[in-house]
Design a protein around this ligand. Structure first.
Ligand SMILES: CC(C)(COP(=O)(O)OP(=O)(O)OC[C@H]1O[C@@H](n2cnc3c(N)ncnc32)[C@H](O)[C@@H]1OP(=O)(O)O)[C@@H](O)C(=O)NCCC(=O)NCCS
Length: 186
């Protein structure tokens, strides 16, 4: 299935273009945006991530959409789906995620984009469940999970295998949303 462009009141969730590359590299190089990740990305790493995302859309029919603000056509970041397959008890699973440029936080764009992605996941892809995970301290991301109505059972929390034991970001929280519990926005 060809993944569609999703449209919300203020946003377009669409496939990536070459014009996005410099803008996305700027977002990915921002230390505050990348605070809860490994490290800011170089231009090469940021371009490689776009390539990976595009491959995911072609292979799986889902991925992390480029989030464009309709009003001024600016690339704000991404929202959408990845695949979690790293041996934790909940794997394999499809996870929802988001990243926005620092200066557009606090406007509800992540929740708005992720809501459209979740509707696509449950209504079009007919998934049974979508999960979300992040390092414990990432409160802004956890707040998006709450706003989407996802639930958190601490018994699901896990150690991210991509961090060394003892790393301060190693402990991850897992949030879940089941298809039966998903309600469309009015
Ligand atoms: C995670 C991240 C996307 C959250 O961004 P955000 O702007 O806080 O989240 P939203 O877009 O949902 O916006 C919600 C905020 O906008 C406010 N808001 C303003 N207008 C709004 C509107 N029309 N609708 C909804 N919320 C609105 C909300 O009150 C809320 O504010 P608060 O944080 O003061 O409570 C952002 O912090 C980020 O990019 N972080 C770095 C990358 C990252 O860590 N990603 C997650 C990895 S797992």
């Amino acid at each position: 299935m060809k993944p569609p462009t999703l449209r919300t009141k203020r946003l377009l969730l669409r496939r990536w273009t070459d014009q996005d590359r410099p803008d996305f590299a700027q977002i990915s190089a921002d230390e505050e945006v990348m605070r809860y990740r490994f490290a800011p990305l170089t231009r090469e790493q940021s371009d490689a991530l776009i390539d990976e995302i595009e491959t995911s859309f072609d292979r799986n029919g889902y991925g992390l959409w480029a989030v464009e603000r309709i009003e001024d056509r600016r690339l704000l970041g991404f929202a959408g789906f990845g695949t979690s397959d790293f041996g934790a008890p909940f794997c394999p699973a499809i996870d929802v995620g988001w990243t926005l440029a620092r200066d557009v936080w606090g406007h509800g764009y992540a929740t708005e984009g992720a809501t459209a992605a979740m509707e696509f996941a449950f209504n079009e892809l007919r998934l049974d469940e979508v999960v979300a995970h992040t390092t414990e301290a990432n409160e802004p991301s956890r707040a998006v999970m709450h706003r989407l109505g996802m639930t958190h059972d601490p018994r699901d929390d896990f150690d991210a295998p991509w961090y060394e034991p003892g790393h301060p970001r190693r402990r991850f929280v897992l949030y879940r949303m089941q298809a039966a519990d998903w309600r469309q926005e009015p």
